[in-house]
Design a protein. Structure first.
Length: 153
């Protein structure tokens, strides 16, 4: 009897984990497996990019995942913001597939001369960015999977 109770408890935990979407996007056997380091390197190869960080997370809805690209640029990258974002979108499109949303954020040298880079409000700099799809929300650009493909051209 004790063995049956343990098996039922273990089986219930497995079902609960599956129903609540506890599987990470990089788990073997899912479409969410990506090489974040390769995507970061590709973005960092764009002229004017000092550093890039790729992160993934659940959106809170089972089976729904978000990819975030945080890009730090130097003065040249800040002046060429549109080119940098198009290049980053292409790198993410080539290296990641199946996410629900893709968010892009950019930090540039602080115009006030501070040591830390300043997060850019992409919405305020929209005229410099040749990406017409997606949602410009404050400091970020958020794209769906279809919008990412369209923006990557």
């Amino acid at each position: 009897m004790r063995g049956r109770s343990s098996r039922m408890l273990l089986g219930g935990a497995v079902v609960l984990a599956a129903l609540t979407g506890c599987t990470a996007p990089t788990t073997e056997g899912t479409e969410m497996k990506i090489d974040a380091t390769a995507i970061e390197r590709e973005i960092e190869s764009i002229d004017g990019v000092a550093a890039a960080t790729i992160g993934t997370a659940s959106t809170g809805t089972p089976g729904s995942y978000r990819l975030s690209a945080k890009i730090e640029v130097d003065e040249h990258g800040d002046a060429a913001l549109g080119e940098v974002l198009v290049g980053a979108v292409r790198a993410v499109d080539a290296g990641a597939d199946g996410f629900t949303t893709y968010a892009f954020y950019v930090a540039a040298p602080d115009p006030a001369g501070g040591d830390a880079p300043a997060e850019q409000r992409l919405e305020a700099r929209r005229s410099e960015i040749p990406i017409e799809v997606g949602a410009y929300r404050g400091s970020g650009l958020v794209l769906t999977d279809d919008e990412l493909a369209e923006a990557a051209g």
